[in-house]
Design a protein around this ligand. Sequence first.
Ligand SMILES: Nc1ncnc2c1ncn2[C@@H]1O[C@H](COP(=O)(O)OP(=O)(O)OP(=O)(O)O)[C@@H](O)[C@H]1O
Length: 375
Amino acid sequence: MPPKLCALCSKERAILRRPKTGQQICKDCFFYVFETEVHNTITEAKLFKPGDRVAIGASGGKDSTVLAYVMKTLNDRYKYGLELFLLSIDEGITGYRDDSLETVKRNQQQYNLPLKILSYHELYGWTMDRIVEKIGRKNNCTFCGVFRRQALDRGAASLNVDHIVTGHNADDIAETVLMNIMRGDIARLGRCTLICTQGEDTIRRSKPFKYAYEKEIVMYAYFKKLDYFSTECIYSPDAYRGHARMFLKDLEAARPSAIIDIIHSGEAFEVKEEVKQAAKAQRKTLFLSRPTALAKGILERCKRCGYISSNDLCKACVLLEGLERGMPNMSIKEKERSRLEVGYGPSDMRTIPKFELPPVLADAASPQPKGLREN
Ligand SMILES: Nc1ncnc2c1ncn2[C@@H]1O[C@H](COP(=O)(O)OP(=O)(O)OP(=O)(O)O)[C@@H](O)[C@H]1O
């Protein structure tokens, strides 16, 4: 039987099946479609303008390594006119981040991009190793997430960049849509599918891989022989996301378009007016520039570190105070409470009311103690 030809160019031998579409294609056509789809995502969302200084959040993992490579390729090919930087945060996780940062340092040489590394230790006086020593593994992802977000902003400010891009891919976004539905967190649903957000901290963040499948990113890295680090974080057993991930993988196996379909569903979700209002309160600062938000008094400066914040203390300092006072979980509870209060929709959406019998029925239903039974 003659070798199957590429479904796109009809010239070369098909050597792979695209996970996203099932098409059997050759290597060069795969590179071309993958890069072109990312280019289309970038141009359709008008993510950049010429002259933008853009930091690529570089963890050394597959997603951000492919992102750095593709951003550089597209910037050269389509003359975006961007100034690109690699920005890495060292969370202080021995045996994980120290190794992956070595990969980023090699990427810096391979792609010839300037690299900035900032550590939790220098910013907060704590490493994740020490935090986990203190609080255990249960809530450590909360600390890491809050600290990383702020660290990326601080790194971006020191590089004087306008924009941070991260390697979040279609699978990550579909998982988040599922998680928000499973938690009844409908007001966050709209936000989690946005390709570009501008947080309190107001440096634009975007996800050029919003529609890129994880399997295709791995395939791209493999065929391009990119140098990346492939170990999972040793402290991140995010069990709930794990369930969403497994569920998504099953759906993808049954129907590959499931990932994109879930993202589209998240984007198109019809939200009730009252939920929209709650989300609006939550998003009040999201689309304002930092000076506007400060001028309107919506944002202030953290009284402890001076970072932009909508409360007296920024989220990182709330967590740090808890750590320093030896009550790290209290600050997490506090944080969760305020998340519920500013909320995502009516509070009764999120609780299951306990059924209680009226007193008369309750008496009748309760079993008589042994020995007191009549008959
Ligand atoms: N320590 C870090 N320094 C800089 N950027 C980071 C760091 N950790 C995560 N990011 C950014 O956030 C994105 C999503 O991070 P996540 O922890 O979900 O990792 P991931 O899906 O394994 O991605 P990757 O394969 O790039 O590590 C990464 O692709 C990267 O752009």
